[in-house]
Structure formats: structure tokens, C-alpha cells
Design a protein around this ligand. Sequence first.
Ligand code: AMP
Ligand code: ZN
Ligand code: ZN
Length: 429
Amino acid sequence: MTRLPVFAALLLSACALPATPPALPPVTGASAPATTGTQAPASQAIRDRPATILVSIDGFRPDYLHHGDTPHLDAIAAAGVSGSMYPSFPSITFPNHYTLVTGLRPDRNGIVSNTMEDPAKPGALFQLSDTKVTHDPDWWNEAEPLWVTAERAGILSGTMFWPGSDLPIRGMRPHDWILYDADYTSAQRVRTVLDWLRRPAGERPGFVTLYFDTVDKASHHDGFYAPQKTAAIRDVDAQIGVLRAGLAQIGRPANLVIVSDHGMAPVPIDQRIDPASVAPPATTRTLGWGPLVAVYPRDGVDPRTLDASVGRHAHDQCWRRESLPARFHYGRNPRVAPVICMADTGWSFADRPAGYVRGDHGFDPRDPAMRALFLAQGPAFRSGRRLAPFDNVDVAPLLRDLIGLPPGQGLDGTDQTFRAVLRPERLDR
Ligand code: AMP
Ligand code: ZN
Ligand code: ZN
């Protein structure tokens, strides 16, 4: 794809403007700390560009489309571009969300798991529920998310949730961001995004993220086949409809990119693996459960005892981090545990049975059940196109093109994947 000739001009004009425009009013309806952070200047050319809106529907499988539950998403697929993506290893939430906005696989972006340790930070345990730890920028500073790159280029960004978006990374925050709060309804999230986009030129974001967690949650907590999951799919779809209607009413063109971070697989009640079968408690300790378990030697135990864990077992496989399959692109980051065990799809490391057919993810990224959603529609995209499955590292390079950022250096993905579905002549308008 040819690069946009406007970048240099955009960046130069952005730099020429004052660095501190007036403070913005708080976000309407926000129940948490609202706007804060850096406020970058914007040139006329940037202000006129269509907004780029990145939507994530956590745990949404592409084959949930076209079953009568998703009229709005189906309409986007028909009017724009559709396809599916291979998630990066491990096929869980934080690593893949950070990949989507950095273009780097988890091994290189530093968010190697939802739960992790770092030899450089003894005693610290990164886990989603502990914001005192996860809000330490050290965990995130190995990569630069797009909202930071955009802000540096004078393009305002607004993050209606996204892992990493509610803390400063490399010293920068999005222009608008909200502290993660799972109780924030999907409708509130959409309303907040529309409120941002309704602002006058120069105050509204050019890059927006929007995150929905209800489909993933219902799959885990109610079950893969639960009516609550279908209800969540329908509700998110309806909110996408509200978003589209709101955008049409605002009358500002936008490029919409809708993704998921990974798929979801049913885990039958009896398909349970005793974690002690791969990690004897006397000599090892584990992090995580479900499809993936990280194994460490206990303090004072010879690390070679881990050899007993490694290998193919009846319903799982364990690898030393140096010998993981090359296609996982994983194991060089010191945050990766010495041994990683992955259950076969549909199996789970668990102490006790779930009592229902749980939905779960974290299985092999190449398994069709782990496939992630990709949809895109807007002035930059051709209509009614279907893409062959691709790696999710390609999303960030595409977003850079849409936002108007220069190509990233040394990224793991490429925008070439989208060459046939983009209207290059519309990218800078
Ligand atoms: P997973 O365990 O991989 O299914 O992770 C999904 C969960 O991650 C969601 O249900 C949320 O509870 C949590 N989550 C998503 N985004 C954030 C965030 N920005 N901050 C904290 N937790 C989050
Ligand atoms: Zn997820
Ligand atoms: Zn999940």
C-alpha cells in the first residue's frame, strides 16, 4: 500500500500549534474519573479526517454472525469487509488486546499473560483484579499502543476501555479515558463514545477504542450454550446498531474496525485435567488455570525437576519455554514461565468440575474455535469483501493507515493483508 503523503504535513502542522488547549468538560454519564491526561494539538487536516473507531467484542467468534442474532454486525459485513483472525499466543484477553493496538506479539509487547511475574520485579504478581500492580507502567512500557502514538502525532484519542488504556504508558495517556469498571453498561459505553465524537472539530478524538466484555463473561460464567450468552450477543449487536445510528446522526464519516481478541470453545463437564498431574505441588507451583497453566519450580527446588512436567500427556502438552512451537512466537520474554502447559481444545486444568459446559479460551491459536472476529466498514473500505484468515498482528498497521500515522518500525504485522479491500484514495480524506 502506498503511504499517505499527508503525514509529514500533519505532524509538522501539529507541532506548530500550542501544546495546552483548554481543558475539556467531563464525559457525560461517566461514573469514574473522566477526562484527563495530555491534550495534543490538531491540525485542520487531522480534524477533517474520518474518525477511526476500534471496537472489541471480547470472546466473540466469527461464526456467531449470520444466525439471526446479529442484524447490525451482519449489515456491516455486507456493506464492508469481513474475515477472521488467528489470535496470538496465548489466546487470552490482555496479551491479545495489547497486540491489537501495538502490532507486536505478546512476547514482544510485554503483556505475555493475564497473570504473570517478572524476574526484574521480585514479589510483584500481575493479575487483572489487582490494579495496584497492573497500573504500574513498567509492565506496559515494552511497546507503544496506538493511542500514545496518536497523541504524540497531535491526534486526539479516546479510550472507552481497553487493557492498558487507564494508565500512563511511556509517559502518555489517551486524551479521554475511563478507569475500567465492569459495571459500566454497554449502552453507557456507546453513549460515551458518541458524546466524544459529537464535540466540535479540534476537541473530538480521531482514534477511539470501545470494549464490550459481556459475551466473554456470559460464556465463562453461564456457559457456552447458555441463553445468557445469546442475550449478550444480541445486546452488543443492538449497541453496535446504536453506535451506527449515532454516527449517522452526527454526520461525521468514520472507519469502524470491529474485532475480538480470541474465540471460545465449549469445555464439557468431565473434561478436566488435575493440575497436579503436570505440576506436582511438592516441587512446583503454578500460575493460572483453565486451558493454560504456567509452571515454576518451588523456591530451593532444582529447576531440572521441571523436566518431569514436559511432554505430551493424554489431554495436554507442556513445553519448556525455550522449546515452544515456533508458530507461537513465544518464550523469549523473561516474563514467560519456565514451563507452559496447554490443554487440548475442550479440556481444562481445574481442581473441581465447573458443573456446566463452560466456555473457555487459551487453547491453540490455530484451532478454529479460537478464531477471532474481524469486520471493517467506512469510507476507506470497499464493500462486500471477504478476507482469508490472517494473524491479528496485522490490525495495528491497518489502524495506523486509517488514523494517519506513519508506518510502524519493526512491527510483527503488515497492512499488506488489506491491500485488496482498502480504497487507498480515501485514506487521507
Ligand atoms: P479473560 O480472563 O481472558 O477472559 O479476560 C476477560 C476479562 O478481563 C473481562 O471479563 C474483564 O473482567 C477483564 N478486563 C477487560 N478489560 C480490562 C481492563 N481494562 N482492566 C481490568 N480488567 C479488564
Ligand atoms: Zn478475552
Ligand atoms: Zn474470557
